[in-house]
Each structure stands twice: as C-alpha cells, then as structure tokens.
Write a protein that binds this ligand. Structure first.
Ligand code: PLP
Length: 301
C-alpha cells in the first residue's frame, strides 16, 4: 500500500445552493456539488477515480493514456509528482512528438510524466493485450501499473460511488458531464432509490450507454441506480466549442463567481439550463450539478 498522505482530500465536497432565475422561475432549486474543491491539484472526479488506483499501484510506476488535452493525463502527472511516483503518459498522435508541447502536455512533462506518442492506429488498439504489451515494452514499463484511458476501471467506478452517497437525500436529479462514463457509473450506484443521475456526454457518438452498462457490470456485477444520458450538448465533440457556449460559460462564471471548466462542466451547465427552460424538471425539484473539475490554467514562464 502506498501512503496517499500527500493527496489528503477535502471530503465530502461542499454542496451549496446558487440563486439563478433560469431555474428559480420554474420553481427548481439548483445546487452545486463542488468536487472541484476536493484537492487543489488532483481535482474533482480525477481524485475520486485515481486515489484508489494509486493505492493499488503500491509504488510501481503508473502508465496511462490520453489525448493531447486530457484532464486525466494532467491529474495523473500531478499525482505522480505529489507522491513521488514515476508516471508515463501514452498520448494519441505520433505527429505530436515533432511539435512543441501544448500547455496541457507541457504541464504533464513539468510534473515529471514521461510522454510516449503513439500512432492513432496503435492507440485505437491499446486495450488489445498484444498492442498494450508492445506499448509497455517500448516505454520500458513492463512492470507498470496500467490505468486505462480516462482512468475508468472498476476501482475508479467504485471510488465514484462515494460521490453518489454524499448526495443521498440532497437532490432529486444529479447532473454531471461524461467522458468515459466512469463517474456516472459509480455516482448512480451510490444514490438512494428515487434519485436519478443525468449524464451529459461531451463526446459524440452515442456509445456511452453501452459503456456505462459495461462499467457497472464489471464494478458491481450488474446494473445499478437510475441514470440516463442527454446526447444533445456535446457541441461537436471533445474539446469543441462554439461562441455561444463560450459566452454562456463566461456569463455563468461572472454571475456566480464559480470557475467553469470548459471541456466538460460548461456543457453540463448549458444542458441543465436548456432542460430547465424546456420544463424538463417539475416544480419543487432540487437539482445538483456536479462541478467535476476546474479550469486549466497554463503556467506561463
Ligand atoms: C475527466 C472529466 C470528466 C469525465 O469523467 P468520466 O468519468 O470519464 O466520464 C468530467 N468532468 C471533468 C471536469 C473531467 O476532467
């Protein structure tokens, strides 16, 4: 067991009401679940998903996977620095090796993560045992502890169950943004009967329902909780945005003094406002919006 003292969390994360007339005039109460305040560097659901994995890694180097702007890669790199654990990030896109690192990858590297760039065709097959073995061999990491892309394995899903448990009796509907769906799979398992989780996928493709089922099957042996997805708010896909979404996020930040993470949280909040305006929530309902992360501030040197 690795001591996680350096990752001391602020749990349960705060839950507070915010006044917003787009909900108020419909008789709906909006709460925010501030998972972004769990830890200053290992933020939000990344703490919940990574902590059990870092414990299981027991001091071995950790290998994980992500795209060029992955919040998960950054969180893993930060955890590695805090715990003195070597980390390797396998990044999608061989061509990136020849370019200056973007701010997100630069942060990973500054935190001591070794970056390995692999071709998209290889990356796509990274869970095939042979491809994985070859990636680990070239990275000199055959003994490493492997965390899947986005960090969503069974340990992570069970770690997110606690998020649901913290919200028991506190809201009728709990909304959150989804990438791999691991957080939704765990959260909905932790909620009480009568509560439901609403996932807002930020990726295109409509594959997430099957994915969440599979994650719950592996973590719990079967389906858990009441959850659904609304696929209308991905704005073109991962890391895509529109001027309308940017303006919405900026306005929300100013109105509520709440930092709005743009890849995920902004799309979830936009979705919630839209649903409220469509009358999707009954009068008297309480919503909890999970603030799963914080904006990434690139270090400029
Ligand atoms: C990673 C991340 C998510 C997505 O979590 P999944 O478990 O992959 O669905 C949501 N919000 C933020 C801010 C994230 O960084």
């Amino acid at each position: 067991m690795t001591s996680l003292d350096a990752l001391q969390p602020n749990l349960p994360s705060p839950l507070h009401h915010i006044e917003d007339e787009r909900f108020g005039r419909r008789g709906v109460r909006l709460m925010v679940k501030r998972d972004d305040l769990i830890h200053p560097e290992l933020v939000g659901n990344k703490w919940r998903k990574l902590a059990p994995n870092l414990r299981a890694a027991a001091g071995r180097q950790v290998v994980t996977f992500g795209g060029a702007y992955s919040n998960h890669l950054r969180a893993t790199a930060a955890a590695g620095r805090l715990l003195g654990l070597p980390t390797i990030g396998v990044v999608r896109g061989e061509e990136l090796a020849d370019r200056p690192l973007n701010p997100s990858l630069a942060r990973c590297a500054a935190d001591g993560m070794r970056l390995r760039f692999v071709a998209r065709s290889t990356y796509r097959h990274k869970t095939d045992p042979e491809t994985l073995a070859a990636i680990l061999r070239t990275a000199d990491a055959e003994d490493a502890y492997v965390v899947p892309e986005g960090g969503s394995n069974s340990l992570a899903v069970r770690g997110c169950q606690e998020l649901g448990e913290e919200l028991r009796g506190r809201a009728d509907v709990v909304a959150l943004a989804c990438g791999t769906g691991g957080t939704l799979a765990g959260l909905s398992a932790g909620l009480a009967p009568g509560q439901r989780a609403l996932g807002v996928p930020v990726l295109r493709g409509g594959f997430l329902t099957a994915e969440v089922h599979a994650l719950q099957q592996r973590a719990f042996g079967g389906p858990r909780g009441d959850w659904s997805l609304d696929d209308r708010f991905h704005f073109g896909g991962y890391a895509r945005t529109t001027p309308e979404l940017d303006a919405f996020a900026e306005e929300f930040e100013q109105r509520h003094g709440l930092p709005v993470e743009r890849l995920y949280v902004a799309k979830m909040l936009y979705g919630l406002v839209t649903l409220a305006e469509e009358g999707a929530f009954p009068r008297g309902a309480t919503l909890a919006a999970v603030i799963t992360g914080a904006p990434f501030a690139a270090v400029t040197t």
